[in-house]
Design a protein around this ligand. Sequence first.
Ligand code: NAP
Length: 487
Amino acid sequence: MSAEWVTRIRSNPLFRERAFVDGDWIDADGGETQPIDNPASRETIGQVPRLGAAETRRAVEAADRAMKAWRRQTAEARGVILYRWYELMLEHEDTLAAIMTLEQGKPLAEAAGEIRYAASFLKWFAEEARRAYGRTIPPANPDQHIVVIRQPIGVCAAITPWNFPSSMITRKAGAALAAGCSMVVKPASATPYSALALAELASRAGVPAGVFSVVTGSAREIAGEMTANPLVRKVSFTGSTEVGSELMRQAATHVQKISLELGGNAPFVVFDDADLDAAVDGAIAAKFRNTGQTCVCVNRFYVQDSVHDAFVGKLKERIENLRLGDGFDPSSEIAPLINQEAVDKVLSHVADATAGGAEVVAGGELDARGGNYVLPTLLTGVRQSMQVMQEETFGPVVAVSTFATEEEAIDLANDTPFGLAAYFYSENVRRVWRVAEAIEAGMIGINAGLISNAAAPFGGVKSSGLGREGAMEGLDEYLETKYLLMG
Ligand code: NAP
């Protein structure tokens, strides 16, 4: 099925196979390229340039030059360009979604949903640009005036993951450009085409050359230059905790400001006073979005003893009816995983759980098609010490454990170094407040399985990261505070 799409998409002007630096489409200095695969078929879709430190340095220098004029534009003028970029994304939603499905695998309708979500950050920050407010402070000395102003931090670098190839870029670039910064983006090697299509649309929207560049290629070399170059004043990373903490070390060299949106290990707690049907709907939404490959996906289910069997029974029925298939098949609800490594990790978590005594109630293996197609899986009798509860599985596996009391549920939910998202279901308003305040996470879904929204601050605590994206906090990340004392 996706073979026909490859031909169709490759001929679209938004499908670009060169990097975008300082307003030009470029190749690597030495002509090196790297292949991009379709997760559904494992066939190669095309190539992108494999840039390294030298090309990244030129992108950073161009960003520095371009920012001088960009920051002097009014916030309203920058907002108008961001709004145009937003409109262009919506005008080209079908093409952008198809490019994403081709390289990332997610079902086409879900990819279109991500394009709208990604565009919503451009709209949000187009409006927020005008709200980079400062303040005045009553001085201690009557002959003085204290004024606080907010200024763009400088050239920004972004490194983004493959699971949300568009929205993880606009969430950063929308805020940076609104604040008056310029940005060089390194997209994940698995999903560069979504990023390059965004660059084409940014250019059409009127984003000046150098203000937004996309460098594809070697993660180590590009990130190495981004953190070694003193022109870069801010690094924003979304990806694994392991790479994030390494980047934090590198960013220390020039004391660059850093934002980290890292891995999660989200708990989903079902109390005995929950609306079980709503909890099952929420569980499906929070677990199977992007086939379980999202940082806010549920990784651990804790269900109160008395409702365990009823919850598992309802969930099993829903999981067995989920349709797994090529993302271009309109009937597919979940899709192949990104690559073999992801398949291996998911199956090894299932094997570890079953070796420890967990029961496979549904799935638990590769689909008959093989490749990256893993069946949606339900495990019960899972223990806290198992890999599936300790590490992000990043796949379509529901791992269910039980608890007896509210206190135990909170302890289990917090028993992790991570703290990105958490979910719980309860109809008791006192419990809702107690549990929401006690769970250590940056974001809590209360009787809700989908929490992402451009207007809300997205981010984690503990090993899940630093800083927030979206909301008014998102703009703050790209602004420096300067205090002026007038005598
Ligand atoms: P990853 O391996 O950390 O990769 C993320 C990005 O970092 C990619 O662009 C990758 O480039 C780059 N990278 C890899 N090694 C690097 C290095 N040594 N130095 C600098 N950059 C390097 O993560 P992933 O597998 O793509 O994404 C999944 C992870 O992201 C999960 O843990 C998920 O929870 C997390 N995530 C978090 C959020 C959030 O908002 N908190 C959102 C989405 C995803 P290459 O692709 O070229 O290797």
